[in-house]
Design a protein around this ligand. Structure first.
Ligand code: DC
Length: 234
């Protein structure tokens, strides 16, 4: 591929809109680094669960804040999988962080400003040299407000829950569609109404509603914008 100036591509939006599939695909095509920031919030949530700091009815927020210096997060590239996996204090937690239990806790943890501060700092470091595709909720608004391309993904809650349900059952997880739908709508609510860095579309972002688009159609649509931004002909 012709060498071009590297840019930062921010992909934000609602949960289960296919942000990570899209971001991985773009990163592969451009030979950029892909960063899944949701995985980082999930890993901190897993830490809180493993240390009994959070459960359905309680959250020892201040204790979690005091333990933040003990939480080491690292992405390690897996050749076979073709993407980086999340490590929490040296342990590969890529699978554990995708459970419904973690999904049910993560929005609460992601609402804590001190957690966000730590993770945002780490994310900004990862993007210092550009050439990254980063997906999350606040990438275009907080982490990289000057990103050269900002995409904001949305789709109906029903379509998103159906996709997530299929993914989870294909993965062998025992879960009902209703439980997935409930998780999706609850997370939408907490993510959009939290005080610190709520999920909102940056003014200069391009909205993509993929309720009726498949993975390839979504990619093709977004890749047109990518090519415009980096003056690529192919
Ligand atoms: O993208 P995901 O579903 O794996 O993200 C998990 C949660 O983390 C999501 O409910 C909101 C939170 N999150 C966030 O607050 N900011 C980000 N940049 C990424 C994720």
């Amino acid at each position: 591929m012709k060498k071009t100036n590297k840019i930062i591509i921010a992909i934000d939006g609602f949960s289960s809109t296919g942000k990570s599939t899209l971001a991985k695909h773009i990163a592969k095509k451009l030979e950029y680094i892909y960063v899944d920031t949701g995985a980082m919030y999930r890993a901190v949530s897993l830490y809180a669960m493993q240390n009994n700091l959070i459960s359905k009815n309680s959250f020892l927020k201040d204790t979690l804040i005091s333990k933040l210096p003990n939480i080491e997060l690292e992405f390690k590239y897996n050749e076979k999988l073709g993407f980086a996996e999340m490590f929490l204090n040296g342990e590969n937690v890529e699978n554990k962080i995708r459970s419904i239990e973690v999904s049910n806790m993560v929005s609460k943890v992601a609402a804590v400003s001190e957690v966000r501060e730590k993770l945002v700092e780490q994310q900004q470091k990862m993007g210092r040299k550009k050439g990254v595709v980063m997906d999350g909720r606040d990438i275009g608004t907080v982490v990289f407000p000057d990103a050269e391309l900002k995409i904001f993904m949305l789709a109906t809650a029903d379509k998103r829950a159906k996709r997530r349900f299929k993914e989870m059952t294909d993965d062998g997880k025992n879960i009902s569609y209703q439980a997935v739908l409930k998780n999706v709508t609850q997370r939408d609510f907490i993510d959009t109404t939290r005080k610190d860095s709520p999920l909102i579309m940056a003014e200069d972002a391009i909205a993509i509603d993929n309720s009726d688009l498949n993975v390839n159609e979504t990619f093709n649509k977004v890749y047109t914008y990518v090519k415009q931004r980096i003056n690529l002909n192919k």
